[in-house]
Design a protein around this ligand. Structure first.
Ligand code: HEM
Length: 491
């Protein structure tokens, strides 16, 4: 029998220069590939085949219809050192069971209940700012979104000291994970004597200690409720921690319990699919939700404020919308606003467009990777088992086939008509399918309410002479932050 010869799509030849370009500026390099080679680019890194897919229909097939053929890509395998086997990084039954346990926290009614938290935490931050204060807006947004995620899905008030410990440790870990993507990063990782490696281990220990403390505290109160709860009606918590802890109790009792009314059916079903929920697994899920639930949103809002600061006409239109919804009265020349509520959300049509357009230009997750578990056919090409697949939101969102003047920030392009004609996966900041973002609706609500609240207090001016650059790790951070000055709104 003759052996089938694989035909590869066009693409660059492997070279050290290519490797260096990919590691120094992956966004530019992948964008150039799509420009030069079309909808499917093939290249090799060492012995591994990599395919960059830049066609919305192919992406839809990979993420939705044929998702079972793929697992998460190499970058997320590396991230397991920090995230363990939580919702973002786990696979198969383990993933599906965890998703069932966590999913109820993101039902519409629950998300609506987080709205007030978003506004409260944001307005608290705004009240701490002063006129003329210069700050790194990225840091401010990281801080406030961390507080929001802790309170909303864990009913936990993180204090300033703990928040800053968490954020600094996360920064060190992120830098380190970026270095691990480097071709020799894995080798260096074995040498704990190296200061960077040592620092990264310490940072993970810090994050762990915060998270394990949280779990311990909650377990103590949960068991007190059970032991001492005779006759006293205590309102049961139903948040991330309690769900995971209940799942652990349930998995311990599972052999004896068939149908226990204390636990909801949804959760019982999820557990029956699961390996026992260990402390490590609770930790992995808490840390995953904390990081996934605040880093992305804070990047999105940071880039949004950068873009607004460069487009006074957009800023003006946004202020007009905020005035029409939130302006209560005037005190002399001073405008007095009320805080937004979730009932106002449908009225912030323009802010929604701004946020949408900002995530087009700077998608917080700029690429998604998968590994093919079996040979896979795209177009006329067979992608061999074990190959890496890359789908880049950044590249797709800047494709002139779908977006006229793709680098122009134009919120008005998002008319109903425009959206109707856009192929589903030409805009996919939240991915899609079974591994799509569980927090998508929450993120939309959070982004819009946060922007409406901040911009009812302040106007943010970009400090001149800064080099604003992208720093593409797993998420798209601004390199060295973005310095802005808060100005009392006078228009
Ligand atoms: C603007 C904000 C956000 C963006 C752009 C974003 C983007 C994404 C993307 C692209 C994925 C899919 C990754 C893949 O397929 O490999 C994802 C997954 C995920 N996101 Fe988000 N996300 C955001 C906010 C949030 C929030 C607020 C939460 C939680 C409160 C969250 C939790 C998660 C989790 C747990 C997953 C993994 C889901 C699974 O595999 O089942 N994200 N996100």
């Amino acid at each position: 029998m003759s052996k089938t010869i694989l035909e590869f799509p066009p693409g660059p030849k492997f070279s050290l220069r290519l490797l260096s370009q990919l590691s120094k500026d992956p966004i530019k390099t992948l964008s150039n590939f799509a420009q030069s080679y079309g909808e499917i680019t093939h290249f090799k890194i060492g012995n591994g085949h990599v395919y960059l897919i830049n066609n919305p229909d192919y992406i839809e097939k990979i993420l939705i219809y044929n998702h079972k053929n793929f697992r998460k890509g190499k970058r997320l395998q590396t991230a397991k050192r920090l995230l363990g086997e939580g919702l973002v990084t786990s696979e198969g039954e383990k993933h599906d069971g965890q998703r069932k346990i966590i999913h109820p926290l993101f039902l519409p009614k629950r998300i609506a209940s987080y709205g007030q938290i978003v506004v409260d935490k944001t307005s608290l931050m705004c009240k701490e700012w002063e006129d003329g204060r210069i700050m790194d807006i990225h840091k401010e947004m990281m801080n406030v979104t961390l507080r929001i995620i802790c309170k909303s899905i864990m009913n936990y008030e993180i204090d300033s000291e703990e928040a800053s410990k968490f954020s600094s440790a996360l920064e060190v870990s992120k830098k380190y994970f970026k270095r691990l993507q480097h071709p020799i990063g894995h080798i260096l990782d074995h040498f704990e004597i190296l200061p960077e490696v040592h620092k990264s281990r310490e940072s993970i220990k810090t994050l762990d200690s915060i998270v394990y403390q949280l779990i311990e505290d909650r377990k103590r109160t949960t068991s007190m409720d059970r032991d001492e709860g005779s006759g006293i009606e205590v309102e049961k918590e139903d948040d991330l921690l309690s769900r995971l802890i209940q799942a652990q109790l349930l998995s311990i009792m599972k052999s004896n319990v068939k149908q226990n009314n204390e636990f909801d059916q949804h959760q019982t079903n999820a557990i029956s699919d699961l390996n026992p929920m260990t402390d490590q697994q609770i930790r992995d899920n808490v840390i995953t939700m904390l990081i996934a639930g605040h880093e992305t949103t804070s990047n999105a809002v940071t880039w949004t404020y950068y873009l607004i600061s460069q487009h006074p006409e957009v800023e003006q239109k946004m202020f007009e919308e905020i005035d029409s919804v939130l302006l209560k009265n005037m005190d002399g020349k001073k405008k007095i606003y009320r805080n937004p509520t979730i009932k106002d959300l449908p009225k912030f049509r323009y802010i929604e467009k701004i946020f949408r357009e900002s995530m087009r230009i700077y998608p917080p997750v700029w690429s998604i990777g998968r590994l093919a578990e079996e040979d896979y056919l795209i177009d006329k090409y067979t992608i061999p088992k074990g190959s890496s697949i890359l789908m880049s939101q950044y590249v797709m969102h800047h494709d002139s086939r779908y977006y006229a003047n793709p680098s122009e920030f134009n919120p008005d392009r998002w008319t109903d008509e425009f959206e109707r004609h856009l192929p589903r996966f030409s805009y996919f900041p939240f991915g899609g399918g079974i591994r799509g973002c569980i927090g998508e609706s929450f993120a939309w609500q959070e982004g819009i309410l946060l922007i409406a609240t901040v911009s009812s207090y302040w106007r943010l001016e970009l400090i001149p002479n800064q080099k604003i650059r992208m720093d593409p790790g797993i998420t798209l951070n601004p390199k060295n932050g973005i310095k802005m000055k808060s100005r009392i709104r006078s228009i």
